[in-house]
Design a protein around this ligand. Structure first.
Ligand SMILES: [Zn+2]
Ligand SMILES: [Zn+2]
Length: 131
């Protein structure tokens, strides 16, 4: 993926990339940090992590979006397409985002002349442990 995107393959990039590949949801800086620190290779310093995430977003492998709490979350672009097909539940207390695979995103019927490009369905509330 890194070679295809035209960026140098480095150990930190590989580690962050595999973390994003394994993750089922969009991860924040803090979540990626704690994920990496649990690995045998140890944690990545914060500056390196920020640079790696910037480069992954810059070359188009990952995307960055602000969640409802104003926290940046990172996800692979390829995964984002799959996630665009179902609704998401955002917990207002713990900030976690859950996939609601049983709830497909409806295709809106737009007035003449409008061209829809993307539709997202996000439900806010409290997840079971928080509720
Ligand atoms: Zn919660
Ligand atoms: Zn999803």
């Amino acid at each position: 993926m890194l070679r295809q995107a035209g960026v140098k393959v480095t150990q930190p990039r590989l580690r962050v990339l595999s973390c994003l590949l394994e993750a089922q949801a969009a991860l924040s800086h803090a979540e990626i940090e704690s994920w990496l620190s649990a690995e045998d290779a140890g944690e990545l310093d914060r500056v390196t992590l920020y640079r790696v995430l910037d480069s992954l977003v810059g070359c188009g492998i990952a995307s960055r979006s602000l969640d409802a709490r104003g926290v940046f979350r990172f996800m692979l672009k390829s995964m984002q397409l799959a996630h665009a097909e179902h609704a998401h539940f955002h917990c207002q207390r713990c900030g976690r985002v859950f996939c609601v695979a049983s709830m497909p995103v409806p295709t809106p019927s737009l007035p003449t002349g409008f061209v829809g490009i993307s539709v997202a369905l996000e439900i806010s509330g409290l997840c079971p442990p928080c509720a």
